[in-house]
Design a protein around this ligand. Sequence first.
Ligand SMILES: [Zn+2]
Length: 202
Amino acid sequence: MDFRQTIITFLGLQDVKIIDLKVFKKLHKIEVKVQQNRESCFCRLCGEQFSTVKEWDLKILRAPPLGVFQHVTVKFMQLRGYCDNCDRTAVADVDWIHPKFSSMTCGLAEVAGRLMEEITCEAVGRILDMGSKAMWDLDQYRMAVMMQHLRMPDGLDVSYLAADEVHFRTIAVKKPSRTFCETLASRICHKSCRAKGRESPI
Ligand SMILES: [Zn+2]
């Protein structure tokens, strides 16, 4: 079995080969360096293969978790070639980079998006070691795309379900003033701490 190809499949990458792999065990991080397969690179205008390689552009991307390693970075060498047909230089097309969030692979966006259907953007950001704002933006994008194909029942108000938005905007919650009940409970607790047989306050 070709384990390099297996890792590529697990990460949701296509038409690349692994040229380096670094594992940072204590940090739970993996860094995979991949290069586009030249035979899979085509000009997006005419569909022909590039006649010559001009250079390899380096892109840093985040990929979905791999086993116990939550933080997976892909160093992607993307081919920039010359097309004889079109007489121009261009980068080769890639299907697995997210069209809107260009620092994420589609695989990561899908994993994060599915998690955000169940838990908050903040929680997903912590799990995947990513910024909660980026997660929130991704969630909003996915919802906008999905709403093009879905229709809510007439008269159903779902505004109160926007818990992620509320959660995101209320991280620094103002401490409420003490209520009468809390003050009373505090005094009762203070007295019980001094009850006979108790040597020191709890
Ligand atoms: Zn071309």
